[in-house]
Design a protein around this ligand. Structure first.
Ligand code: HEC
Ligand code: HEC
Ligand code: HEC
Ligand code: HEC
Ligand code: HEC
Length: 174
């Protein structure tokens, strides 16, 4: 057993011990990755990252920035009125744009309404990389559920980064 794996096991044991000490704690949800859902337009992160477009160009995280958000169809059409306009996928995109409808993207990462989460705090204050919670999106042709956003994953990082794990930090306080 390598030292890194040993360290991993010690951390896991410590996390479980921490877990057992808490009152009113639900059974930890087991994380299962999910393949990408079918999207209304076949958007590809890898192609767009390869074209040098930054995450923030499409996920603006406006202040107050709880949401990362999705780009407006007009943002897409800023390029696609000219780029690849003969493509059937771009034709679908253009149909949404001309009927003034946003694309109904299927959500992948979502926490229940009882949980408070802010992108602005994690990205700007805690300096967490998108990849820490979403995997290597820039290398994906389609985005599926790759990383856990269940309570144990939140608490493991809070523990490691010395952020609070008081229940009302994530529940009821907002
Ligand atoms: C800054 C410019 C830019 C923006 C903004 C942009 N794209 Fe693209 N898009 C590109 C480029 C460049 C390609 C690659 C074209 C190629 O393969 O030659 C591309 C390719 C695509 C393709 C593949 C087309 C095909 O059949 O090969 C789709 C679908 C697509 N984009 C959808 C979108 C959607 C949806 C949005 C908005 C969420 C968007 N794009 C925003 C530049 C952009
Ligand atoms: C050209 C616009 C564009 C760029 C640039 C872009 N995204 Fe996206 N992103 C989208 C669109 C459109 C969706 C919804 C469709 C999908 O899931 O592929 C999306 C979905 C996502 C999702 C899943 C959201 C959910 O439903 O939970 C994550 C996570 C994400 N993007 C992260 C990133 C990261 C990280 C980067 C930079 C490496 C990035 N995106 C760059 C347009 C973009
Ligand atoms: C600390 C973990 C974490 C980090 C770092 C993070 N996200 Fe998220 N992301 C989440 C969680 C949790 C959700 C679900 C939020 C909800 O349901 O309200 C989410 C949801 C999303 C969504 C779906 C739409 C939305 O606003 O809820 C997109 C798009 C997204 N993230 C993109 C990004 C991008 C781009 C970055 C980097 C700039 C990033 N995320 C960094 C945890 C994170
Ligand atoms: C990559 C590590 C990391 C992960 C994963 C993470 N957090 Fe955090 N979080 C932090 C750090 C660090 C802070 C302290 C930021 C500060 O105060 O500067 C923080 C602060 C917070 C705060 C208090 C600030 C505020 O927004 O009011 C809440 C609430 C929170 N996180 C919720 C969550 C939830 C819910 C999840 C899981 C879906 C999560 N976090 C996952 C690192 C993380
Ligand atoms: C860092 C953020 C964070 C902290 C701190 C936290 N939780 Fe959670 N909690 C979550 C997330 C995220 C979920 C959503 C379920 C899941 O995906 O695991 C959740 C779900 C729950 C649920 C299931 C019902 C629901 O609201 O969805 C209960 C009960 C719960 N937490 C109790 C607690 C208690 C008790 C504490 C303090 C000992 C606590 N939580 C601390 C993030 C947190």
């Amino acid at each position: 057993m390598g030292p890194l794996r040993q360290f991993g096991l010690v951390c896991a044991a410590a996390a479980i011990a921490l877990w057992a000490q808490q009152p009113n704690m639900p059974a930890p949800k087991v994380f299962e990755p999910k393949p990408p859902p079918e999207q209304p337009v076949a958007f590809n992160h890898k192609t767009h990252a390869g074209a040098g477009i930054k995450c923030a160009d499409c996920h603006a995280m406006r202040s107050p920035g709880d949401r990362a958000g999705f780009p407006a169809v007009s943002t897409c059409m800023g390029c696609h009125t000219t780029i690849k306009k003969e493509s059937p996928e771009i034709a679908k995109l253009a149909t949404f744009a001309t009927s003034k409808q946003q694309v109904p993207w299927v959500r992948v990462y979502k926490v229940p309404k009882t949980v408070y989460f802010s992108h602005e705090v994690h990205v700007k204050q805690a300096k967490a990389e998108c990849a820490a919670c979403h995997g290597s999106v820039a290398e994906r042709e389609a985005v599926g559920l790759e990383k856990s956003i269940h309570m144990p994953a939140c608490m493991e990082c809070h523990d490691r980064m010395k952020a609070s794990n008081k229940c009302d930090l994530c529940h009821d306080s907002h």
